[in-house]
Ligand binder design. Structure first.
Ligand SMILES: Nc1ncnc2c1ncn2[C@@H]1O[C@H](COP(=O)(O)OP(=O)(O)OP(=O)(O)O)[C@@H](O)[C@H]1O
Length: 464
């Protein structure tokens, strides 16, 4: 691989990983040498080298392979000792870490016999255990199913299919299963990897003419876990391979655990036979968190932080406030708490409600349910059974004018748009017209029970 080709690889990586990731992680890398199919990349720090190796190693190798088929492995010229996960054993103890050896097995778990270049298990996050997973109504079934599978007993439901929205704990549960299996059943060979990694491995095997090794390896494991399976949608040959691997393991009564961001039947461009195969075991949904679960997660995180930041006090009501206000995903919730503790420890203050509102203003704003003017117009015209064009149009008929005023009122109440802006969205009306409409509905809702009820229903629908 020449420096020029390395430049092309970097250009491709820029497109794939985005400019922020690119600047931080890829740009600092230098191509040092290529010998015997092994490309050595020099990273300025061992941390960076390890991080890139873990997170982008496969991708870099994949792109390099596309541009120059001679490259089969990558080395990072950094010390292997500085790996991010101290508990994970090193796959080898040489002074370099490779994209393969960072994909190390769960400690203690036996890794399926495989050629080194296809070494498949992705690293596990040691924070993601059953102990640190808070159980509530929305995730109790998923948790119970994961626990059962983690016992490593006779296979009762196969596959276990976990699905749910972003940041609701799918990966956490899968890692927890892997850790538990490794502790309870170190005799089992367990492979955990993302569907994306499955694809890269497969492509690599195709390129290296090692598909038999690939097949053999995946078909000889006891437990196969594939995260984010929606990734293989639309990728035909990967799907094909996945399907055969899947069938072979099911036939041998080996446990398969799959996660996705939606139910099997809802993954577009996933072959029907795969969709139906995925549904033949237990399909469990991780529901969006509720208030109690969020509070539980915050309390548990706070205990950890209190140990980390001794002496830092948390005022009553702060966690409740956060659990109430941040209702998106757990990742955002955790991030908010991390920021709060870090900030409070810097300024040396007790974490009060004011400090929380101050420090997390952007997160709180972003979590507010955003209702758009268009959504309001649509809902209101549906409610009053008029056409959207009549609501926005010039007609002054009472049957259009009243719903229009209701919609203007709701826009003022539920969005942060100014009166002139609302006017513009209502067919270019003047801000005084909007002001008048808002005032009129304000008065009417005191006198007219029907209007008050309409407003209540609409507000509830719009705020979800
Ligand atoms: N019930 C829970 N208890 C404790 N932590 C949780 C819980 N649910 C999620 N988390 C935490 O939230 C973060 C996001 O979870 P995770 O990565 O498992 O989400 P995911 O469902 O795999 O999301 P994505 O679709 O983005 O991959 C992690 O730090 C995880 O530890």
């Amino acid at each position: 691989m020449t420096q020029e080709q390395w430049g092309q690889v970097k250009q491709q990586l820029l497109k794939t990983v985005g400019s922020n990731n690119y600047k931080t992680w890829i740009e600092p890398l230098e191509l040092q040498e290529v010998a015997d199919g092994v490309a050595t990349l020099a990273a300025p720090t061992s941390f960076l080298g390890n991080y890139v190796s873990q997170n982008f190693g496969d991708l870099i190798l994949y792109q390099m392979g596309n541009i120059n088929g001679d490259v089969r492995r990558i080395n990072f010229s950094v010390a292997a000792n500085s790996a991010a996960r101290p508990t994970a054993p090193k796959a080898d103890s040489t002074a370099t870490s490779t994209s393969e050896d960072t994909a190390s097995p769960a400690p203690g778990a036996k890794v399926a016999a495989a050629s080194e270049s296809l070494f498949p298990t992705a690293p596990l996050d040691d924070r993601f255990t059953f102990d640190s997973f808070i159980v509530g109504k929305p995730n109790e079934l998923a948790h119970a199913a994961a626990k059962r599978v983690a016992e490593g007993g006779p296979v009762t439901f196969n596959p276990l299919f976990l699905y749910g929205g972003v940041g609701l704990g799918k990966t956490h549960l899968m890692h927890a299963i892997a850790w538990e299996l490794q502790a309870q059943r170190p005799d089992l060979s367990v492979i955990y990897l993302s569907a994306e990694q499955f694809m890269y491995r497969f492509v690599q095997a195709l390129r290296d003419r090692k598909t038999m090794d690939f097949k053999e390896m995946f078909r000889s494991v006891d437990v196969l876990m594939v995260d984010d399976v929606q990734f293989i949608a639309g990728k035909e040959s990967t799907q094909e391979e996945f399907f055969h691997t899947f069938n072979a393991l099911i036939d041998q009564k080996k446990q398969i655990i799959i996660s996705a961001d939606r139910a099997p039947g809802e993954i577009a461009n996933l072959e029907e036979r795969i969709q139906s195969r995925l549904q033949c075991g237990l399909v469990v949904d991780l529901h969006p968190t509720d208030y109690e679960l969020r509070l539980g997660i915050l309390q548990s995180k706070t205990e950890q932080y209190s140990a980390q930041y001794p002496g830092l006090k948390l005022a009553d009501g702060v966690l409740e406030f956060l659990a109430h206000r941040i209702s998106t995903n757990v990742r955002v919730l955790e991030g908010a708490l991390t920021r709060l503790f870090a900030f409070a420890s810097l300024v040396g203050h007790e974490i009060t409600l004011e400090l929380t509102q101050d420090c997390l203003a952007d997160v709180l704003r972003a979590s507010e349910r955003k209702v758009s003017v268009e959504e309001i117009q649509r809902q209101v015209s549906d409610h009053y059974n008029i056409r959207l064009s009549d609501m926005i149009g010039p007609k002054r008929l009472r049957s259009f004018a009243r719903p229009r005023q209701v919609a203007m009122y709701l826009c003022k109440q539920l969005t942060s748009r100014s009166l002139p802006e609302i006017g513009r969205r209502f067919g270019g009306r003047d801000h005084t017209t909007v002001m008048h409409g808002v005032k009129r509905i304000d008065e009417l809702k005191q006198q007219d029970a029907q209007i008050a009820e309409d407003l209540e229903i609409l507000r509830r629908t719009l705020e979800g």
